[in-house]
Design a protein around this ligand. Sequence first.
Ligand SMILES: Cc1cc2nc3c(=O)[nH]c(=O)nc-3n(C[C@H](O)[C@H](O)[C@H](O)COP(=O)(O)OP(=O)(O)OC[C@H]3O[C@@H](n4cnc5c(N)ncnc54)[C@H](O)[C@@H]3O)c2cc1C
Ligand code: SF4
Length: 522
Amino acid sequence: MSAPYDLNDDSVVVIIGSGAGGGTLGTQLALKGIDTVILEAGSRHETWDFINDEWDSFAQLAWKDKRRTSGDWRVSTDFPNLPAWIVKSVGGSTVHWAGASLRFQEHEFKTKTHYGEVKDANLLDWPIDLKEMEPWYAMAEDRMGVTRTNGIPGLPGNNNFKVMEAGAKKIGYKEVHTGRMAINSVPRDDRSSCLQIGFCFQGCKSGAKWSTLVAEIPKGEATGKLEVRPDSMVLRIEHDASGKVTGVVYADKDGKQHLQKARVVAVAGNSIESPRLLLNSHSSKFPDGLANSSGQVGRNYMRHTTGSVYGIFEKPVHMYRGTTMAGIIRDESRHDPARGFVGGYEFETLSLGLPFMAAFLDPGKWGGDFADAMDNYRNMAGMWIVGEDMPRADNRITLAEETDEHGMPIPDVHFDDHENDNAMRDHAYRQGSAIYEAVGAVRTIHTPPYPSTHNLGTNRMSEKAEDGVVNRYGQTHDIPNLFVSDGSQFTSGAAENPTLTIVALALRQADHIAGRMAKGEL
Ligand SMILES: Cc1cc2nc3c(=O)[nH]c(=O)nc-3n(C[C@H](O)[C@H](O)[C@H](O)COP(=O)(O)OP(=O)(O)OC[C@H]3O[C@@H](n4cnc5c(N)ncnc54)[C@H](O)[C@@H]3O)c2cc1C
Ligand code: SF4
């Protein structure tokens, strides 16, 4: 058989979502000769369609379906219907992403062991560790062409990096460089090197940035074993009397519903849609939703402890020129409770264009301070804080009463900051200001977290079925032929940007699924 596949073909693996997890898994299965269909809610936009304009690009690519928020996080006040800034398009959020690709540290796989009991946190050790993940990380780094691995040189530093580097070194930080980035610093994998255009979040028109859209899916499709069906929004997963999943119901772009049969189903819709789909797939056999015997589906939503620090200088910096996130300080990523919190954080260079800056610098603010900052945009340098936040049972995705155009309940995203998150953010704000002040900043600005770009943890991985949703391979504890393949598997969030780990887990999962299929176990 080869793509396109028939709706009644029940021998195919069906993957829901084509982003970091789903796009990688689908490609890897196809490369192993397995018939695979990816159903993707968004349309297909290619590199030449991308728009180097922030709001127009957002309108083209972002997930804008209605969502609700609750909880004490600022996002709930500032952007009540936009809890997350992620993508609805073939390639998923790897189309928007910046490319920072870091391995987790050993202790971050075992937070309960290393951090102990943290009040009001739902810490749990992952059932896997760094040693087990190392070969998969190595494979992912090679696939993605991560700089500073496999002999690939680092990217050049732009002005934004040079300002951050000078300040960081002045206050004593040691591990400062242009990062491990899945962006070509030299031509590789039939894609050009970075042209320093500076629109990395808008898709990257040169193709230098790795995404499943440009670097994975075309290889899967070339095998004839992968069909990517865009404009296909999955509404529910179906199962038989024994409880095994048998296929999925999806709506096409005209709203017409179809049933695609499947041998195996893998959910990879990112950490809000994946639990929403499992919850929306409830039935008389599974009244609380699929794979939810533990009651953990939707819980432990994490988004990283984020925030930004901007410095205003007397002379121009032009932070928006060049690769957006090629710059990192790693010294604070260690676990060192003497700082007043568990876990650690990174600083990474960040710049927003003028249109986004006006919306996100201090949401809802106007007046002298805000106008002064915007007046000084040219003279600004910026960096982002990304740190480990605490998993909490009540930070969760639930179904709201309101429904979407297909009649399916929309998700409510509830998040309260943990006091550890606040202590970490305050520490990072102070250190960030110190970095810029050390090199002459006339003013520094602390910006609250944007809508979440890192969405994690709502179908957590656990050793025991009662503690989580999936096992060490992302296979649901309850249903053997139902898998979770995206960032919702994360047991805890770590200080590092998540995508390298999502890709490494997807490569490992493909190996597992192919092996089990070959033995007739799936
Ligand atoms: C601006 C920005 C910058 C970022 N920078 C970095 C970075 O530098 N480093 C890093 O590690 N991470 C970064 N990230 C995060 C990274 O993009 C995500 O962690 C990663 O893409 C998540 O992978 P995923 O597979 O969980 O989901 P996604 O990549 O979001 O893919 C999910 C896909 O599923 C589809 N989908 C959802 N529901 C359904 C449904 N019901 N039916 C069919 N399809 C569905 C969606 O349309 C989407 O295409 C960034 C994100 C953004 C937005
Ligand atoms: S700076 Fe490099 S990675 Fe970013 S959009 Fe331009 S070419 Fe792509």
